[in-house]
Design a protein around this ligand. Sequence first.
Ligand SMILES: C[S@@+](CC[C@H](N)C(=O)[O-])C[C@H]1O[C@@H](n2cnc3c(N)ncnc32)[C@H](O)[C@@H]1O
Length: 223
Amino acid sequence: MSKDLLSEIDQDHFRERLNKYTRKAFQLIPRLEKPRILDIGCGSGVPTIELAKLSNSEIIGIDINQTLLDKLNRKIEEEGFSRRVKTKRCSLFEIDFPNESFDVIWAEGSIWIIGFDKGLKEWRRLLKPNGFLVVHDEIKNISNKLNKISSCGYKVINHFSLPEDAWWTEYYKPLEIRIREIYMKCKNNSETFKILRKYQNEIDMVKRNPKEHCSAFYIMQKS
Ligand SMILES: C[S@@+](CC[C@H](N)C(=O)[O-])C[C@H]1O[C@@H](n2cnc3c(N)ncnc32)[C@H](O)[C@@H]1O
């Protein structure tokens, strides 16, 4: 996909509208002096940058997609966080940091890749004693997930769901407006049209059933 088109769509601009929930989740963990945070599946780092603004933390963002990490690296530089926010290309299936390296693990939109209980179990060793794991995941099976948290060696500190229409009103609806604007400008370009169609298909899926695309945060502590 051309870089120009990507920056014109600028999904991060809409993703940032959901940062209020990242802030809410962060405020639910006790105040930590200079926490070391691992952001798993950080992507282009919308939550990563927000976390850096929220505390004097040292953050490592890991993701498998180097293009997204490059985008995050540019933001880190622009925001002046180069000293304390770093990225590393690495699969969440093969995280090779030593045991008890982090005060907080943050995972928005990524635990489904490994599976909820497997993620909880495998990532536990990376947390310092009494460290915190914050997961933002799809809304399905909340009570089942709360049980899994306890059986995987954590205690639930808190959990909350986003409003049912949050992803639609804050992200997909404005994204659809942006996609239409770009389409009107370049409707004769078949390559661009194909890319925009892919975005529109995802938007249509959410539009058909916005409640299915709701999500929840789980804030837990290693026990
Ligand atoms: C839904 S995005 C979430 C991005 C970011 N955390 C956010 O909330 O905006 C999921 C991220 O997981 C990353 N990902 C997918 N498979 C992965 C893997 N095996 N290891 C590490 N990251 C992976 C994708 O590249 C993508 O950036």
